[in-house]
Write a protein that binds this ligand. Structure first.
Ligand SMILES: [Zn+2]
Length: 361
């Protein structure tokens, strides 16, 4: 005879595995969106999709209270097509090793689905809820970046997408800007007239020395790619570098951006690409209330700093009091990614408790 928990773990494993079998790399979330509508509409009414492909469900409260948002993302990183999940004898779910598993973030989606099912089964009283599944999270948060102010009405929110063990509550997220620097020198025959050329690689080297990558005060800088030149017998005319600046503090990013411009001025032309603002949850009461839910579930919890970005960055800038919750997965963004059904069961319990908590402000 299986215990109720064993039955639930099996249901969670089946649901999670069926979701990761649906290909949904960033920009190709359509099949996932359709499946989520099928799964969620009996629980949370009709889904609404915005221009960016984000999917939202609204549940009116069975009692009054602030609107609470529960969020996870539909897309996965590559290689993320044809994922074949399996439950190994050590209790971990992994892919067959040729792709990522996609626990990032289908463990979050699974936890939310099971919380909503429980809400319905137990007819548990709850305040008004919004359930959000974003697109393009892995593409520099491109889906949540396009959330139109006012589309979400929530005052409080939790993003089910963090690394680390369940119980970890992240209070902030790093912001970043991406940049592309095009360095232009002068082409010349490398053998016949090298003195007529200006080697763009040497110009780039000067810029790199002037504004080097690595850790800075309250920030990091990286150059992630470099390309240029044509052939060994031509003095290279053009080199293109791409990179990023990250910090928990948006004004620090701006400071470093002007330093970057100062150093590269005259050497290269700079354009800025994908980025997102930093956020910091400063409402201690909200964080303590979130921790109290873990305590009530008999779990230790810890508030930490997060050194990357997630949808919470944009949600916070829409005025939602938000934090990121850890899901327990390991090695996400690699072929070794894994998770355990127990973590999803735990986090569905936490989601359920958050949904049914009375938020007093
Ligand atoms: Zn994620």
């Amino acid at each position: 005879m299986e215990t109720p928990d064993q039955v639930k773990l099996k249901e969670i494993t089946d649901c999670f595995c069926s979701l990761v079998r649906i290909d949904s790399p960033s920009g190709s979330e359509e099949a996932m969106r359709i499946r989520l509508c099928e799964l969620l509409e009996p629980l949370a009414g009709k889904g609404e999709t915005d221009e960016a492909g984000n999917l939202k469900f609204k549940l009116p409260g069975t009692r009054s209270g602030p609107i609470c948002l529960f969020s996870s993302h539909m897309d996965t990183v590559e290689p993320g097509r044809g994922i074949t999940p399996r439950l190994d004898s050590d209790g971990q779910i992994r892919s067959d090793g040729s792709t990522v598993l996609g626990a990032d973030d289908k463990d979050g989606i699974t936890a939310l689905i099971f919380a909503l099912r429980r809400l319905q089964e137990e007819k548990a009283p709850h305040g008004p809820l919004e359930i959000l599944f974003t697109a393009g999270e892995e593409n520099s948060l491109s889906g949540s970046a396009r959330l139109v102010p006012g589309w979400l009405k929530a005052q409080f929110g939790w993003v089910f997408d963090g690394p680390g063990m369940p119980g970890t509550v992240y209070r902030n997220g790093v912001g970043k800007i991406g940049f592309t620097i095009t360095v232009t020198g002068k082409a010349a025959h490398a053998g016949l007239a090298p003195e007529k050329g200006i080697n763009a690689m040497m110009l780039a080297a000067e810029g790199l020395r002037g504004f080097p990558p690595g850790r800075r005060e309250n920030a990091t800088v990286n150059y992630g790619s470099i390309s240029g030149g044509q052939a060994d017998n031509i003095v290279p005319e053009k080199v293109v570098l791409t990179g990023e600046i990250r910090s928990r503090c948006t004004s620090r990013i701006e400071e470093l951006r002007s330093e970057l411009e100062q150093v590269w001025k005259g050497t290269g032309s700079i354009c800025y690409g994908k980025g997102y603002p930093a956020y910091e949850q400063t409402d201690e009461h909200f964080l303590r209330q979130t921790q109290a839910v873990f305590t009530a579930a008999g779990m230790p919890s810890e508030i930490k700093d997060f050194s990357a970005g997630c949808d919470a960055n944009h949600l916070a800038h829409l005025g939602i009091k938000v934090c990121l919750l850890a899901m327990g997965r390991s090695d996400n963004h690699t072929r070794a990614e894994s998770t355990r059904p127990e973590y999803m069961l735990t986090m569905s319990d936490i989601a359920f408790r958050l949904m049914t908590s009375e938020w007093k402000y």
